[in-house]
Design a protein around this ligand. Structure first.
Ligand SMILES: Cc1ncc(COP(=O)(O)O)c(C=O)c1O
Length: 302
């Protein structure tokens, strides 16, 4: 794994990175996070990740004590210490960047007044893509019985460090040999996967559950609407149920670290023709082209 970690402004190797057991992130799961990756050594869609981080924090009334530039400086420092990113003309070593903001250290109470100083941790390590096989042959997912959090409890829009809902669902997916677990919402509609958003393709259109279904507004998901619009592929929201997934022509999942991964099986059912679909692969290709173009332009400007 070999991570390099910035804890409240100081950089440590992974063995020495530590945080107090009295941090309310540890005690109560009170905190939010973002996961970014680089292309061409440049953080991808940084502004959008910062916007979502601040939205998530706002929903917990958690102050983020750094501005975007200061957060960027923290992870660029950490990437430099880790030898990741683009340096002096050498080929870029792509980075995984996880930014966490927690409530901070304080007395054993839920009163936010006890924790005036939020903690900020940045974990950086080499980015690892899913195996080539996942993109070329597609993956199996499990449709798990654990429901996505009701938006009236811990709203799935919050990218929260409190990940028990996701972890329990993914444990079930592991038991069933799934690459991911697909979760339904409290109404029985499909919501999202435990660490990614879900899409199906029907009659040439890529469809994904609406935010109101109770899910994380994925940045890759949002970006894919734009990629689709640029290339004449309809990508839109629709309420989806089990039968829509099982009867889909194609299906795929999206996330920052996984991009667009074709789904070819749901438990013991084959989706479409059982191989990655044409629209899925087209969206993956166009997505990668656009990510490369946007980050290459930044890399050249530096
Ligand atoms: C629950 C959940 N949904 C969706 C996503 C995908 O979001 P993004 O595309 O912003 O990485 C993630 C990413 O980690 C996630 O944890």
């Amino acid at each position: 794994m070999a991570a390099t970690v910035n804890v409240n402004g100081r950089v440590f190797d992974q063995e020495h990175a530590a945080i107090s057991v009295f941090d309310h992130g540890f005690l109560y799961g009170e905190g939010v996070y973002e996961t970014l990756r680089t292309y061409n050594g440049q953080p991808f869609l940084f502004d959008r990740h910062m916007r979502r981080l601040r939205n998530s924090a706002g929903m917990l009334a958690l102050p983020v004590p750094l501005d975007d530039e200061q957060i960027s400086a923290r992870f660029l420092d950490t990437m430099r210490a880790a030898g990741l990113g683009a340096h002096g003309g050498a080929p870029a070593r792509e980075a995984y960047i996880r930014i966490l903001v927690t409530r901070g250290v304080g007395e054993l109470t839920y009163d936010p007044a006890a924790t005036p100083n939020p903690s900020i941790v940045v974990i950086v390590k080499p980015h690892v893509s899913p195996a080539a096989d996942a993109f070329e042959r597609g993956v199996k997912v499990a449709l798990v019985p654990i429901l996505r959090n009701h938006p009236g409890t811990v709203n799935p829009r919050i990218k929260s460090n409190n990940l028990l809902n996701n972890a329990l669902a993914m444990q079930e997916a592991y038991r069933r040999g799934g690459f991911e677990g697909v979760m339904r919402n409290y109404r029985g509609e499909l919501a999202e996967c435990t660490q990614s958003n879900l899409f199906i393709v029907k009659d040439g259109a890529a469809l994904t559950p609406p935010i109101e279904a109770g899910l994380l507004p994925g940045i890759t998901r949002e970006f894919l609407f734009e990629v689709g619009a640029e290339h004449g592929i309809p990508v839109r929201e629709a309420v989806l149920r089990d039968d829509d997934l099982l009867g889909a022509d194609e299906a795929f999942l999206t996330s920052t670290t996984r991009e667009v991964v074709p789904i070819v099986r749901v438990d013991d059912r084959t989706i479409g023709s059982g191989v990655p679909g044409r629209i899925t692969l087209e969206l993956l290709r166009r997505f990668r082209e656009k990510a490369d173009r946007l980050t290459r332009a930044v890399a050249h400007a530096r």
